[in-house]
Design a protein around this ligand. Structure first.
Ligand code: T46
Length: 166
């Protein structure tokens, strides 16, 4: 399975517009009149990743993600189109996101994704997925393929990506 650099159908990278004034700055994260009709966020969470650490590569069967980076920290986001029926199947994208490139990435289901903190400081990421984690009342199985747990995965090999706890 060879991936080649190229655009991925359905992935939307949106740089944030910062409104700066003497108090600081403000930026919209998303507006539904800008979102594609197929994507409506259901929840949100925030995570902090230590320098050099990779989260992913992960894939969802049903969920799409809207990841946002505003800092602190900078990341390298990598995406792989793992959808055999996609016109951009086997394409791979790398995007710089974070305090120096604030913005969001909408990632459709079936697009494998990971992001590595590449700054000397820990990096913060917010995600606004279109499915509840573990469904209503956390009563369903997690919709997630954690490719990092497969030593033969064709995406990225990074021992440290694996969670220590089960
Ligand atoms: C996502 C999520 C996680 N959790 C709990 C489950 C674990 O006990 C803990 C860490 O979760 P996880 O190891 O899944 O975190 P990551 O490996 O960073 O994965 C997350 O970020 C990568 C890049 C993804 O693509 C995943 O969709 C997303 O789960 O938080 C919750 O309680 N609610 C949530 O919505």
């Amino acid at each position: 399975m060879e991936f080649k650099k190229g655009p991925i159908e359905g992935v939307m990278i949106t740089p944030f517009k910062k409104f700066v004034d003497e108090r600081g700055w403000l930026a919209e994260i998303f507006r539904h009149d800008d979102l594609p009709a197929w994507f409506r966020p259901e929840m949100s969470y925030v995570s902090v990743t230590k320098p050099g650490v990779l989260r992913g590569p992960h894939e969802h069967v049903d969920q799409a993600d809207l990841f946002c980076w505003v800092g602190p920290g900078d990341f390298k986001l990598t995406l792989w189109d793992n959808r055999p029926d996609s016109p951009t199947y086997l394409n791979r994208m790398e995007v710089a996101m974070g305090v120096n490139n604030p913005g969001s990435a909408i990632i459709p289901k079936g697009v494998v994704h990971c992001y590595r903190c590449i700054s000397a400081e820990p990096g913060l990421v917010i995600n606004c997925p279109d499915r509840l984690f573990m469904g209503k009342g956390k009563a369903e199985p997690i919709d997630e393929i954690r490719h990092e747990d497969d030593p033969e995965n064709p995406f990225v090999k990074d021992e440290r990506a694996r969670r220590v706890h089960a």
